[in-house]
Design a protein around this ligand. Structure first.
Ligand code: IMP
Length: 187
C-alpha cells in the first residue's frame, strides 16, 4: 500500500492555523527585513534545536547576506505540553561567537524562559550584537519579560505543532502549523 503523506497522518485532533504558503510569505518578509538591518555585515544564525531547524533553513535562504549557522539545544519541556520552568543547555555551539553578529533563531516564544536563559548565556561570550528571531510568539504566556526582535506571527495561548514544532516528537514535518486540540492538549 502507498504510504500516506504527513497531512494524512495528521489526525483530526489537528486544526490548521497557518498554511505553508502563509509561512513562506512571512519568512520571506522577515528575511528582507533582517537583510536590510545587517547589510553589508555577515550574520551567524544560532538555531535552537530541534524545533527551529526548519524555520532556520527557510530563514537562512531568505537572507540577502553572508550568513552562517550553528545550533544549540536547550530543554525546558518534559513529555507534556507544559514547561518544567528549568532550562538546561543540552548541546553547546561549535562556533566561537565573539565579535560576530548573532541572531538566535527559535520556533516559538512562550514563557520566555528559554530565550531569556540563552541570551544571558550567549551575551557572556561577547558577540558584536545579539538579536532574536522567532516564528511564533505567544505573549500571553510570558513568565519572564522577553521581546523578540523579529516575530513571524503572534498567536493566542494554544499548543501548536508542525513546521518544526512537536508534541512528543510528532508532527515536526508538517509543512503548516496546527493547533493541537482535544484532550491531548491538556497532558
Ligand atoms: P519557552 O521557554 O516557554 O519560551 O518555550 C520555548 C520552547 O517551548 C520552544 O522552543 C518549544 O520547544 C516549546 N513550546 C512552547 N510552546 C509550544 C507549542 O505550542 N508547541 C510546541 N512546542 C512549544
Amino acid at each position: 500500500m502507498v504510504s500516506t503523506g504527513p497531512e494524512e497522518t495528521a489526525a483530526s485532533e489537528l486544526e490548521p492555523l497557518l498554511t505553508a504558503q502563509q509561512i513562506a510569505v512571512r519568512v520571506a518578509e522577515m528575511g528582507v527585513r533582517i537583510s536590510a538591518d545587517y547589510e553589508p555585515e555577515p550574520v551567524l544564525l544560532v538555531g535552537v534545536l530541534k524545533g527551529a531547524a526548519i524555520f532556520l533553513a527557510d530563514l537562512a535562504r531568505s537572507l540577502h547576506l553572508e550568513a552562517s549557522y550553528d545550533f544549540l539545544a536547550a530543554s525546558s519541556y518534559g513529555q507534556g505540553t507544559r514547561s518544567s520552568g528549568v532550562v538546561r543547555l543540552i548541546k553547546d555551539l561549535s562556533e566561537d561567537i565573539s565579535s560576530r553578529h548573532v541572531i538566535v533563531v527559535e520556533d516559538i516564544l512562550d514563557t520566555g524562559l528559554t530565550l531569556n536563559y540563552l541570551c544571558r548565556l550567549l551575551r557572556e561570550r561577547h558577540p558584536k550584537s545579539l538579536r532574536t528571531a522567532v516564528l511564533l510568539d505567544k505573549p500571553s504566556r510570558r513568565q519572564v519579560p522577553f521581546k523578540a526582535d523579529y516575530v513571524g506571527f503572534t498567536i493566542p495561548d494554544e499548543f501548536v505543532v508542525g513546521y518544526g514544532l512537536d508534541f512528543q516528537e510528532r508532527y515536526r514535518n508538517l509543512p503548516g502549523v496546527y493547533r493541537l486540540g482535544g484532550s491531548i492538549a491538556k497532558v
